[in-house]
Design a protein around this ligand. Structure first.
Ligand code: 0RA
Length: 684
C-alpha cells in the first residue's frame, strides 16, 4: 500500500471519558467476561488495522500475572505530534477522546454506533492504568494514564494523563506501538482474561489476515502447565525450559482464509483436496472467500465483516449464496450434468456439506440482529454477488478445477433427490396421518397407552413374524408394524424410492413427528423405535435401509437415542424334559449356554423371527426385563448409509465384497457388532 503522511491533525475529537465510566455497558456491552475482553479487542483491532493496511506484519499479545495485558505491533506508531485543536499529542487524543481515530478509522474500520470500534480511549477509561510506548522515526515515546478517585473533587477521574507524551531520547530502529493496560477491578465483575477466548480470536484474526504473525503469551502459566505437566517421553531440554517458560503460541497462515477452510474441514472426507479461493473488489467492497465441500450434510458458512464474525448472517451472505447457486447451476447446464428438461438445483442442494469462509471489508458498517452480529447494509449484497459470480466462473473455466465442480454438482443432485422424495413422502403422510386410519388399513397394531415416553414401536420384518409379535406384545405400550420383506427388498432401488414404499410411509405417520426439515421430536408418538429383523442378508438390508432412512429424514430421532435394534437369539439350548432352557445371541455365547444346560442338551437354531412362538419372541426379544436391545448411535446410521451407497450404487464389485464380509450374522465381526453398542440400560 502507498505511504501517506498523517499527523495529529487527522484525528477527530468527539467526547470525553467520564461518560464511559458512568455507563460502561453503553460502550462495551457489559462489564462481565465479554466486556472485559472487549477492551482488549479494541487495542488488538487497532494493531490488526495497521497490519491490514500493510504497515505491520507482527502483533504480540501478552497476558501478565497481575491481570494486565499488552498489545504490540510493528506498524507506523500512533502519531506523536501536537494536535492543533486540542494542543496535545496524537497519543493523548487517541487515548482520551471517544471515537478518536483519524484516517486509519476510515480505511476499513469505520463503524457507526454499535458495540465495535468505540476506540482505544474506552480501554483507557475502564483501566486502572494504561501505558503506551511509541517507536517512531528513530525515537522512543512514552505516556501513562491512570484512573482514581479524586478526594478533593469528590469524583472519579478516568484515564487521566500522568504527564504529557515524553520523548525518552532513546534511539531505536524499531517502529510500532506498545499498549499495556490493567482492567479496573472496580469496573469489571471479573478481571480474569480467558486464555481460550483470546487464543481462539487471535487464531481467527491470523486466518483472516494472510501472513500476519500473531503471538500470544500467557505469563500466568508455564508451557508445561499448559500441556498438563505430562512431559514423559519428550525432549528433556524442552521440558526443563517448559517448566519456567511462559505459555506461548504463534499463529501465521500464508494461505489466509483458504487455510481457515482447510482447518475447519480437518478430519472430514473432502470432495476435492484444496479449498477454492476467490478475491475481488466491487464498488469499494473487498470480497474474499474460500469454499470446500465435505461428505457431510450440513452447511458451515463462517462470515466476517471487517474481521468481525457475523454468525447471524446478513446481506453479504445473501449475495454470496445467490452467486454460488447461479454459477453452479450454469456450470451443471453448460456441461450437460443437468438435462434440458430438468429443473435447476436449489441453493440448499449446492450447500449440502459446504464449508465456506466469507470475509468482506467495507465502510459504514451497520450491525443488526439479536446479538448485533448481522450485516444490515443492503448495498453489500450486489457487490458480493458479482465478485462471487465472476470469481467462480473463472475457476469453473479452469480445467484443473473440473473434478471439483463435477463433484459439487453430483453431491447437489443427491441432495435434490432426497429433497424431492421427502416432499412427496410428506404429502402422502399428510393425506393419511391419523393412527386410526392406519389401523383401519390393518398394518399398524397400535398400543392403547397414550404416553409417548412409555410407548414402543416394533418395526418387524415379515408378515408372519409381525403376526407373532402382535400376539406376544403387551398392547398397553407396544405397537407392531410388520414390514413385508419383498417390497422392501430395495437392493437396486435408490434411497428416494424407499420413500415410495407403503410401509415406510406408514412409519412416518405412526411416529407422528413429520419428516425432513419439519421433523419435530416433541410430536413423537414413541420414545423407543425398535427394528426387529432376521439375522440374515435380507434382514441386514432392511436394517440398513431403515437406519439410512432415519438418518436422512429424521436425524433428530437418532440423535436423541430413540432408535434401537432388537436382537433375537440365534439358538435355544434346552433339555427334552423341559428342565432347562437357555438362549444364545451369538456363537460365543452358544458354548457358554451349552455348558450351563449340561449333559443331554439339545440345540435349536433360529433361522428367522418367524420360527419363534409368541411366547419365545416375548421372552427373548420383546420383554423389557429380558430382551437385548442395542441403541443406535449417529455413527451407526452414517455407517449404514455408507453401506447403502455401496450396496445400491453402481459399484457392483464393492457390493459383492461387502456382502461377503458383512452379511454373515453368525460371525461376531458382523456390522452391528463392530459399531459401538450401548445397551438399553446404559451400560456398554
Ligand atoms: C493514526 C495515524 C497513524 C497511525 C495510527 C493512527 C496508529 C494507531 C495505532 C494503534 C495501535 N497501533 C497503531 N498504529 C498506528 C499514522 C501515523 C503516521 O504516519 O505518522
Amino acid at each position: 500500500m502507498e505511504e501517506k503522511h498523517y499527523n495529529a491533525n487527522d484525528i477527530t475529537i468527539l467526547e470525553g471519558l467520564d461518560a464511559v465510566r458512568l455507563r460502561p455497558g453503553m460502550y462495551i456491552g457489559s462489564t462481565g467476561q465479554k466486556g472485559l475482553h472487549h477492551i482488549l479487542w479494541e487495542i488488538v483491532d487497532n494493531a490488526v488495522d495497521e497490519a491490514a493496511n500493510g504497515y505491520a506484519d507482527k502483533i504480540d499479545v501478552r497476558i501478565y500475572k497481575d491481570g494486565s495485558a499488552s498489545v504490540e505491533d510493528n506498524g507506523r506508531g500512533i502519531p506523536t505530534d501536537i494536535h492543533p485543536k486540542t494542543k496535545v499529542s496524537g497519543v493523548q487524543v487517541v487515548f482520551t477522546q471517544l471515537h478518536a481515530g483519524g484516517k486509519f478509522n476510515e480505511n476499513n474500520y469505520s463503524f457507526s454506533g454499535g458495540l465495535h470500534g468505540v476506540g482505544a480511549s474506552v480501554t483507557n477509561a475502564l483501566s486502572e492504568w494504561l501505558k503506551v510506548r511509541v517507536y517512531k522515526e528513530g525515537k522512543t515515546f512514552s505516556m501513562e494514564f491512570r484512573s482514581y478517585y479524586d478526594e478533593k473533587k469528590k469524583k472519579f477521574e478516568s484515564g487521566v494523563p500522568v504527564a504529557p507524551l515524553a520523548d525518552l531520547h532513546k534511539k531505536t530502529k524499531q517502529h510500532g506501538t506498545f499498549v499495556h493496560f490493567k482492567p479496573d477491578a472496580n469496573v469489571f465483575a471479573s478481571t480474569d482474561f480467558q486464555l481460550s477466548t483470546i487464543s481462539h480470536r487471535l487464531n481467527e484474526l491470523a486466518f483472516l489476515n494472510r501472513g500476519l504473525t500473531i503471538t500470544l503469551t500467557d505469563e500466568r502459566i508455564t508451557m508445561n502447565e499448559f500441556k498438563g505437566e505430562d512431559t514423559e517421553g519428550e525432549d528433556v531440554q524442552l521440558d526443563l525450559l517448559g517448566a519456567t517458560q511462559p505459555y506461548s503460541v504463534t499463529y501465521c497462515y500464508e494461505g489466509g482464509i483458504s487455510d481457515f477452510a482447510a482447518y475447519l474441514n480437518e478430519g472430514k472426507s473432502k470432495l476435492y483436496p484444496k479449498p477454492l479461493y476467490i478475491k475481488g473488489e466491487k464498488d469499494g467492497i473487498l470480497v474474499e472467500f474460500a469454499i470446500q465441500h465435505t461428505g457431510e450434510y450440513t452447511e458451515n458458512l463462517f462470515s466476517f465483516v471487517n474481521n468481525i464474525p457475523t454468525p447471524e448472517g446478513g446481506f453479504h451472505e445473501v449475495g454470496f449464496r445467490s452467486g454460488l447457486t447461479r454459477v453452479l447451476n450454469d456450470y451443471a447446464r453448460e456441461n450437460k450434468l443437468l438435462k434440458d428438461k430438468e429443473a435447476n438445483l436449489l441453493g440448499d442442494d449446492f450447500r449440502e456439506g459446504l464449508t465456506a469462509v466469507l470475509s468482506i471489508k467495507m465502510k459504514n458498517v451497520q450491525f443488526e440482529g439479536q446479538t448485533k452480529t448481522k450485516l444490515g447494509n443492503p448495498e453489500a449484497r450486489s457487490p458480493v454477488e458479482s465478485v462471487t459470480i465472476e470469481g467462480l466462473r473463472e475457476l469453473a473455466a479452469d480445467k484443473k478445477n473440473k473434478k471439483a465442480f463435477e463433484e459439487i454438482v453430483k453431491k447437489a443432485q443427491g441432495a435434490a433427490r432426497v429433497r424431492i422424495a421427502a416432499r412427496q413422502a410428506k404429502d402422502t403422510a399428510r393425506a393419511k396421518n391419523s393412527i386410526d386410519s392406519l389401523m383401519l388399513v390393518g398394518k399398524l397394531a397400535a398400543c392403547t397407552g397414550r404416553k409417548p415416553e412409555e410407548n414402543e414401536l416394533f418395526i418387524v420384518e415379515g408378515d408372519s413374524a409381525g403376526g407373532t409379535a402382535k400376539q406376544a406384545r403387551v398392547r398397553q405400550f407396544q405397537s407392531i408394524l410388520p414390514l413385508r420383506g419383498k417390497p422392501l427388498n430395495v437392493e437396486k432401488k435408490r434411497l428416494d424410492q424407499v420413500l415410495a414404499n407403503e410401509e415406510i410411509r406408514t412409519i412416518i405417520s405412526a411416529l407422528g413427528a413429520g419428516i425432513g426439515n419439519d421433523f419435530n421430536l416433541e410430536k413423537l408418538n414413541y420414545h423407543k423405535v425398535i427394528i426387529l429383523s432376521d439375522a440374515d442378508q435380507d434382514g441386514f438390508h432392511i436394517r440398513c435401509i431403515l437406519l439410512t432412512f432415519f438418518f436422512r429424514y429424521m436425524r433428530d430421532l437418532v440423535n436423541a437415542g430413540h432408535v434401537y435394534i432388537g436382537m433375537p437369539p440365534l439358538y435355544k439350548v434346552y433339555k427334552q424334559n423341559g428342565s432347562a432352557e437357555e438362549y444364545a445371541y451369538d456363537d460365543s455365547e452358544l458354548q457358554e449356554k451349552i455348558e450351563k444346560v449340561g449333559r443331554g442338551y439339545l440345540i435349536q437354531r433360529y433361522k428367522g423371527l418367524g420360527e419363534m412362538s409368541a411366547e419365545q419372541l416375548w421372552n427373548t426379544t420383546m420383554d423389557p426385563m429380558r430382551r437385548n436391545l442395542t441403541q443406535v448411535t449417529i455413527e451407526d446410521a452414517v455407517a449404514a448409509e455408507n453401506m447403502i451407497t455401496t450396496l445400491m450404487g453402481d459399484r457392483v464389485e464393492g457390493r459383492k465384497e461387502f456382502l461377503n464380509r458383512n452379511a454373515n450374522f453368525n460371525k461376531t465381526d458382523s456390522f452391528m457388532d463392530k459399531v459401538k453398542i450401548k445397551k438399553e440400560n446404559g451400560d456398554e
